[in-house]
Ligand binder design. Structure first.
Ligand code: F6P
Length: 365
């Protein structure tokens, strides 16, 4: 009997997800006794009635590595431990269907699951592994905020988009003598903002790790204007906040969506700069989901393919409860427990942080 592997993609989409799926299938095709399936919308495909599980063969994955998104869909709502059930009064309650799901997968002859996702998905993977499911994790996030891996696929594509954003905004800022604030993604970690600031050459970069002092930001922009180069670019991560202040966001009304939906710090910053006395003309651009979509750059496709091949080999070797990781230019595996322990925050010793400071980019402190 063939060994069935189930692949699921969870959390926000990310350029490179399809490249991982294709690599798993291609690697499995080299072995006569494995078959790959995909669960639609993370684990929901298993739990839905009727189930939504599709066969992933060579034909299903042909050419998908250059496509953004994920051919098996994804979600950052609900999940086997928090399955939303509508109550008679119209409210929703999350119930734990994890045991039922594990039993279903066993009954259907699934040998292992490869779960491609961010910190939330990998926490679910760890809990499922503790309950006896054969799980291998593959890290995914454009934010690059998982500490167990030096880099996640999708991050460099997002940086490329953000850098192109700076490049385009510079020409308008320069022509109009303006300050343009560009808001990028980065919930807890400011890697996208920092990389785009260095690559694009911004004057200010505000990140979640360093609460900013608005007067320091004004000072840096005014200095730039005094140098008679009357324009400036400020890159701000969505999770940035002022000293003693809070992030800008709102609780989501979507059922099962637990994260606060961040967004709007760019506009708040513009107000704060005005209140702090900055006279320059200002505009705000929010890049939003442009950073998560579209064709993955070559680096991300290669990393994603490497993750997919390695994940299959971990299944073959029975290395369950582990996650694929990129460390020191190699692909290794780490225990899921380690993988979900810490965030990968921007720290002062990170080369990109030292570079930003070394080039006079104000980090708002
Ligand atoms: O975690 C990746 C991320 O893109 C964050 O940077 C952002 O806060 C979040 O996802 C947005 O998620 P959604 O697509 O649900 O709005």
């Amino acid at each position: 009997m063939k060994k069935k592997i189930l692949v699921a993609t969870g959390g926000g989409d990310c350029p490179g997800l399809n490249a991982v799926i294709r690599a798993i299938v291609k690697r499995a095709d080299l072995e006569p006794d494995y078959e790959v399936y995909g669960s639609i919308e993370a684990y929901n495909g298993v739990l839905m009635d009727p189930q939504e599980i599709i066969r992933l063969d060579d034909q299903a994955v042909a050419g998908i590595h250059i496509r953004g998104g994920t051919i098996i869909g994804t979600t950052n709502k609900g999940g086997p431990f928090n399955w939303p059930v509508e109550q008679p009064d119209g409210s929703w309650v999350g119930i734990d269907r994890s045991d039922e799901m594990i039993q279903m997968l066993k009954d259907q002859g699934f040998h292992a699951v490869i779960s491609i996702g961010g910190d939330g998905s990998q926490r679910i993977s760890k809990q499922l592994f503790d309950k006896g499911l054969n799980v291998v994790g593959v890290p995914k996030t454009i934010d690059n905020d998982l500490s167990a891996t030096d880099m996640t696929f999708g991050f460099q594509t997002a940086v490329q988009v953000a850098t192109e954003g700076v490049d385009k905004l510079v020409t308008t800022a320069e022509s109009h003598n303006r300050v343009i604030i560009m808001e990028v993604m980065g919930r807890d970690a400011g890697w996208i903002a920092l990389h785009a600031a260095v690559a694009g050459g911004s004057e200010v970069c505000l990140i979640p790790e360093i609460p900013y002092d608005i007067n320091k930001v004004v000072e840096r922009i005014e200095k730039r204007y005094e140098e008679r180069r009357g324009f400036a670019i400020v890159v701000v991560a969505e999770g940035a906040k002022p000293k003693g202040g809070t992030v800008v966001g709102q609780a989501s009304k979507e059922v099962g969506y637990e994260n606060v939906r961040l967004g709007g710090i760019g506009y708040r910053l513009k107000e704060e700069l005005t209140q702090a006395g900055l006279k320059a003309s200002m505009r705000v651009t929010v890049l939003g989901h442009l950073q998560r979509g579209g064709i993955p750059i070559a680096f991300d496709r290669v990393l994603a393919a490497g993750f997919g091949v390695h994940a299959f080999e971990m299944v073959k070797q029975g290395k369950f409860g582990q996650m694929v990781a990129y460390k020191h230019n190699d692909i290794i595996d780490v225990p899921l427990e380690e993988a979900v322990k810490d965030y990968n925050y921007c720290t002062e010793d990170a080369f990109v942080m030292r570079t930003a400071r070394g080039m006079g980019i104000s980090l708002g402190d």
